[in-house]
Design a protein around this ligand. Structure first.
Ligand code: NIG
Ligand code: FE
Length: 413
């Protein structure tokens, strides 16, 4: 066997699946296949082969061999919901929140999304790229291999296109696999009537985004004070006619009808879900929509966490993403999201690893190439430091247990 990278003596090769599973649901989420004392071979950017150490072929020649004794190898995280392209941080609002202001009060006073839009409109596309690239490099080092990036801080046609071009460029100039989502309906710009803005989204923005092939998906912030379920449907239905599949910001601050809008329009995912009950869980059970929790946002805003146990126990699948953005989740660190999901949502380490790899890959329609250690998939993995167990990763929250990152078959310096 001839390969580029051979990793030997792996204490545990995590998430090994011979074939790509469908989204993992209910009890199946708690099953995480691990090969103990394993090897993994990478060739031409793909996972070439793997097996147990006693079965390692004798005639094996590799350009580089890595001894992973006492270490685990994981498939890279797939982060299916971020707003990674933004101009500037918003820690001044963070301090306002500490002193008692709510997310909605900050938004109503011109802060929040409108604050981010103002800053983004003032800088060039190149400058926006440079600032966003720093974050892209940061998430690479923290183990992410695939990332979804939304627009929604432009709020004018030119600035929404600018954001999406930057997101596409991150996919070209880094080893990250990037999926992009048009989120023009993130907030209504100041001094524009909502109906006029919706008209602009429908008549101008969606066709322009599609014309340049800048987005894979369409999203709407379905929330009181932002966009109603009816408006959400109207916008995503228009997007669908241009080939943009929906994914919805649903039920973050209120029981907003976002889940209903997502199910009705055949969304790929409904994300947030801090405010759902039995009715939404029942609806999701009869759909193919991927419920997605964003524990970083619930943590940062002090919101109730999505009822993950009820959802999984009802037989639903669940995905976990970071929501990396300057207002509600200023971290794209998936190890931390996984830890929060265990600690605050009572998910098992096995469930959260499945939720943050194969289920997020399914939510981005990339399960054929990402989300598990499977022959032929993209060689996106990370090797941990010497750690005692898989559960140590979420347990040691705040510690970086990732030692080596390999993306598209290349070790990241
Ligand atoms: O997913 N909720 C809507 N959008 C983002 C936050 C945007 C912001 O505050 O800048 C989110 O939490
Ligand atoms: Fe979001």
């Amino acid at each position: 066997m001839v390969c580029d990278i051979l990793i030997t003596n792996i204490k545990g090769l995590v998430q090994v699946r011979e074939s790509t599973p469908l989204p993992l649901k209910g009890k199946a989420m708690d099953e995480l296949p691990v090969l103990k004392n394993a090897w993994l071979a990478i060739k031409d950017e793909i996972i070439f082969d793997y097996g147990l150490m006693p079965d390692l072929p004798g005639n094996c020649s590799a350009t580089q061999t890595i001894d992973a004794a006492h270490r685990f190898v994981f498939p890279s995280f797939v982060d299916s919901h971020t707003h990674l392209v933004f101009a500037a941080s918003r820690e001044e609002e963070f301090v306002m929140k500490i002193k008692g202001a709510s997310y909605e009060q900050i938004a109503a006073s011109g802060g929040g999304i409108l604050n981010s839009a103002k800053k983004l409109q003032q800088i060039s596309e190149d400058e926006l790229f440079e600032r966003s690239l720093v974050r892209a490099k940061e998430i690479i080092q923290s183990g992410t291999g695939v990332v979804e990036i939304k627009s929604g801080y432009g709020l004018t046609t030119a600035d929404e296109l600018k954001m999406l071009r930057v997101a596409r460029r991150i996919g070209k100039e880094t080893p990250l696999t990037v999926r992009t989502t048009f989120l023009g309906a993130h907030a209504v710009p100041k001094e524009v009537k909502k109906q006029d803005y919706i008209k602009q989204i429908i008549e101008e923005m969606i066709p322009a985004v599609a014309e340049e092939n800048l987005a894979d998906y369409i999203d709407v912030f379905c929330e009181q004070g932002f966009f109603s379920p009816e408006e959400t449907e109207q916008i995503v239905e228009r997007g669908k006619t241009f080939g943009l599949k929906p994914r919805i910001h649903a039920n973050q601050l209120h029981r907003s009808g976002g889940v209903q809008a997502g199910v009705k329009t055949g969304a790929l995912s409904v994300d947030h879900l801090e405010n759902i009950g039995e009715e939404e869980i029942e609806l999701l059970k009869n759909s193919t929509v991927m419920p997605t929790a964003l524990p970083g946002a619930a943590f940062f805003l002090g919101l109730p966490f999505p009822p993950a146990r009820n959802m999984i126990d009802a037989g639903l699948p669940l995905a976990i993403a970071s929501d990396y953005n300057p207002g509600s989740a200023p971290s794209g660190n998936m190890s931390l999201m996984v830890a929060l999901a265990c600690i605050k949502m009572k998910m098992t380490p096995e469930e959260v690893i499945n939720a943050a790899t194969i289920n997020t890959a399914c939510a981005l329609e990339l399960q054929q190439a990402h989300g598990s250690i499977t022959k032929g998939k993209t060689a996106n993995i990370f090797i941990t430091k010497p750690i005692p167990s898989i559960a140590f990763l979420p347990y040691a929250f705040g510690s970086n247990v990732i030692d080596t990152v390999i993306l598209r078959g290349k070790v990241k310096p």
